[in-house]
Design a protein around this ligand. Sequence first.
Ligand code: ZN
Length: 147
Amino acid sequence: MELKELYQEIILDHGKSPRNKGKCDEYSHDAQAHNPLCGDKVHVYLRLDSEKKVMDISFEGEGCAISLASASILTETLKGKDLSFTKKVSEDFLSMVKNKTKITINSLTEDQITTITSLSGVQQFPMRVKCATMVWHTFLSALDKKN
Ligand code: ZN
């Protein structure tokens, strides 16, 4: 399978059956965003423990396949991880989409890197960049906000 097809398949899979959809229990942080250009809406919920680990993370949302896939991939990748790690992944993701850099975090598995990188195709479609990046910005703004 060509890389392009593999990427397509990953996005379709996550878009059709998003992981961690719904409100997670006893969340400590949340934030929401809306992309009027595409009609995408997302609300991110997460629970941080006293050691700054993302114990649980989920989202509610509606919109195009890319926005749902990106939210699904975000929650799957960041669940159970340390805060500093989740920030680094988010920054790497945003830089990948905007500046065409590569994901370089050692502690991600090969599979996780492939999954995240599947969204890099939006670089060629300026209108879709926001579809992919919105949930990552929303995650970062949720961290800055305390309920
Ligand atoms: Zn969209």
